[in-house]
Write a protein that binds this ligand. Structure first.
Ligand code: COA
Length: 337
């Protein structure tokens, strides 16, 4: 199998260590429709809707990744009824922070006043929130921390080439956050399967700065997202269902046992393809791609917050979160609400 990596995750006996106590999201005010994009590049509403399922997206006009992340984080804490100084760990998943230093998580810590937290970023592109959630779960399971604020936040509009119609129609800006605490329930589930395939990294890349100093000057690199869309499509529609199938096998469950599949929102056809391959009921796959586009690390937590705010997450439900992205990276998490 071309994309098969050794996948790691806890074994069957693993019990849940986290419970989601609060969620929040932040979207920039500016909505950009497909019609508006057709005035910038040679594209159209019909093409974008048919090939991707996207109708519109939010684009930042002044908000930074840290600002959106802080807004979502504060809402998640308010939802949980927790003061910022009680937070032990802040993880921000992002690949579009405007500043290399300090990291976005430390900026968020300062902005929300979470003075007692440890804060750092994770970059696994669109799988980032999932990698951050599994990282937090391990810290909590080990008893190192009691709670964590996990945020996925992006201002992808800064790293998109707005003259490239094959990428600029796909992405949007936003942030989603979840505040999680250690769970003491004995039987609840937490399982994950995740992997990376760095050898395929060139199919979706973005340069940050040129290799240059006062002794050396390398070639100039693209500071914008460059993507082989078809290859990414193939990767996602094979790797994600395989990863979910392995996850369910480890947990001795089937798709029938899962109440909801919250997937990375990259393309409606990818989500439908994954559901088909899993032979799972498409009704169990809520989508928000129509109005937010692909928000990378923010995609899964934005969807999680929407579903939770709509009252669709009930105690005891089994939920699969899954995603894929640049790296290439992929991840699937099973948790019990
Ligand atoms: N508007 C109109 N036409 C467009 C277009 C746009 N925005 N973007 C590309 N096209 C054109 C292409 O130039 C091509 O024209 P040609 O046949 O004359 O050469 C045609 O549409 C088909 O292009 P193709 O790339 O084969 O389309 P597709 O059906 O594969 O859809 C993607 C393209 C990008 C939507 C699809 O491949 C995809 O979603 N891939 C995954 C990308 C992704 O999820 N990335 C993020 C990962 S986290």
């Amino acid at each position: 199998m071309p994309y098969d990596n050794p996948v790691r995750g806890p074994g069957k006996e693993k019990k849940m260590s986290i419970t989601i106590k609060g969620t929040g999201s932040a979207l920039p005010e500016k909505t950009v429709t497909n019609e508006e994009l057709s005035k910038i590049v040679d594209t159209g509403d019909e093409w974008i809707r048919e090939r991707t399922g996207i109708g519109e997206r939010r684009i930042a006009t002044g908000q930074t990744v840290a600002m959106l992340a802080s807004d979502a984080a504060q809402k998640a804490l308010a939802d949980a009824g927790v003061d910022p100084e009680k937070v032990d760990l802040i993880l921000v998943a992002t690949c579009s922070g405007e500043q290399a230093l300090p990291c976005v998580a430390c900026q968020v810590q300062g902005l929300i006043g979470a003075e007692n937290a440890v804060a750092f970023d994770i970059n696994a592109a669109c799988s980032g929130f999932l990698f951050a959630l599994s990282t937090a779960e391990i810290y909590l399971a080990q008893g190192i921390y009691n709670n964590a604020l996990i945020i996925g936040a992006e201002v992808l509009s800064n790293i998109i080439d707005w003259s490239d119609r094959s990428t600029c129609v796909l992405f949007g800006d936003g942030a989603g956050a979840a505040y999680v605490e250690k769970d003491t329930r004995k039987k609840a589930l937490f399982q994950f399967v995740q992997g990376s395939n760095g050898a395929k990294g060139e199919v979706l890349s973005c340069g940050q700065r040129d290799s240059a100093n006062c002794f050396y000057r390398g070639e100039e690199i693209s500071k914008y997202v460059v993507m082989d869309g078809r290859e990414v499509f193939r990767f996602a529609t094979r790797q994600v269902p395989d990863t979910i199938a392995r996850l369910l096998e480890k947990a001795a469950l089937t798709c029938e046992d899962v109440d909801l599949f919250l997937l990375h929102q990259a393309n409606l056809r990818i989500i439908e393809g994954i559901a088909r391959r899993l032979k799972a009921d498409i009704q169990k796959f809520p989508v928000n791609i129509r109005h937010v586009g692909n928000t990378s690390s923010a995609s899964v937590p934005l969807l999680l917050d929407e579903v939770r705010a709509a009252g669709k997450l009930k105690e005891g439900m089994k939920v699969v979160l899954a995603g894929f992205g640049a790296g290439l990276t992929y991840s699937a998490i099973l948790l019990e609400i």
